[in-house]
Design a protein around this ligand. Sequence first.
Ligand SMILES: NC(=O)c1ccc[n+]([C@@H]2O[C@H](COP(=O)([O-])OP(=O)(O)OC[C@H]3O[C@@H](n4cnc5c(N)ncnc54)[C@H](OP(=O)(O)O)[C@@H]3O)[C@@H](O)[C@H]2O)c1
Length: 248
Amino acid sequence: MGKVESAHILVTGASQGIGKAIVSRLASQHSVLGVSRSKPEFLEAAPSPSSNRFTWSSLDLANASAVEQFVTSLEPVAVRALILCAIDYGDGGRHPASAISVSEWQRMIATNLIGHCVLVSRLLPQLVGNAPGIIINLSSDVAVAPAAGRAAYAASKAGLHAMLRAVEAEHPVEELRVYQLIPTFQSLTSGIRRRRPAGFDFSSYADPALIAEVADRIISASRPFAPSGTYLVRRDGTLDRFHEVAGI
Ligand SMILES: NC(=O)c1ccc[n+]([C@@H]2O[C@H](COP(=O)([O-])OP(=O)(O)OC[C@H]3O[C@@H](n4cnc5c(N)ncnc54)[C@H](OP(=O)(O)O)[C@@H]3O)[C@@H](O)[C@H]2O)c1
C-alpha cells in the first residue's frame, strides 16, 4: 500500500521538552496527534495556523490498559509515523540502584518501557498498512552504555531500545523503518531542568528544536531517509550510524 500523506504522525510526550518541539515543528506541514497526561500549554494559547493540524489526546502511558483502549479508539485514524518522546525521569537527581524505591522502578518501567511497547505493538498493523511506516525513538546513550546513578532510567531505555530492534528485524524496510536517535548532547527541557540543582549552568545545553529538525528531516523526506538503525545525533544536526552487535 502507498503511503497516505494525510495520515497522522503520533507523538508521545507532546506537552513538554523534545516532544513539544517536535509537534510544534511538524504541525506546520503534517497532521500531528500528540499524547501526554497534561494538555500542551501552546494549545491553550492563541491558536496558530499550525495548531489547526495538531490534535491532542490525554494518555497515561503507565496504564497499559488505557494505552490499548487508546489504540482501539484510533482505528478510524490512519497513523503512518510514531515518534516516542515521553519519559518519566524518576525521582529527584541521580541516585544509586540500591536507593531506587519499588514504586519508582514500577512507574519508570511502566511508563517508559511497557506503555511504549504496548503502543508500538498495537499500532504496527496501522504503520505497516501505511507502508513504509516510520518509528522514531528518542533513545539515549544510557540504552547502550553504562550510566551510574540512572539504573531505572537505563533499564527502561535499554528495554525499549531492544524491543524496537526486534520490531525492526521483524519487518522488511518496505513495510517499516525504525530510527533510534541517541543525542550526543543534552537538550534543555522541563524534565532535565527539574533534575538539576538550583543555579545550574545550562549554557552548554541545546535547544530541543535541534532534535525536532532532525525528526522533521526523517519524516518529511520524499524518499526513504536512511537505513533503519541507531544513529548518534551530533550537535550540528548530522547523524552518524551507531553499529550495534548484529548477532552472536
Ligand atoms: N533532554 C535531553 O537532553 C535528552 C537526552 C537524551 C535523550 N533524551 C530523550 O528524549 C526524550 C524526551 O525527553 P525530554 O527531556 O524532552 O523529557 P521531558 O521534558 O521530561 O518531557 C517528558 C514528556 O513525557 C510525558 N510523560 C511523562 N510521563 C508520562 C506518562 N505517564 N504518560 C504519558 N506521558 C508522560 C510528559 O507529559 P505529561 O507530564 O503531560 O504526561 C512530557 O510531555 C526522552 O525519551 C529522553 O530519554 C533526552
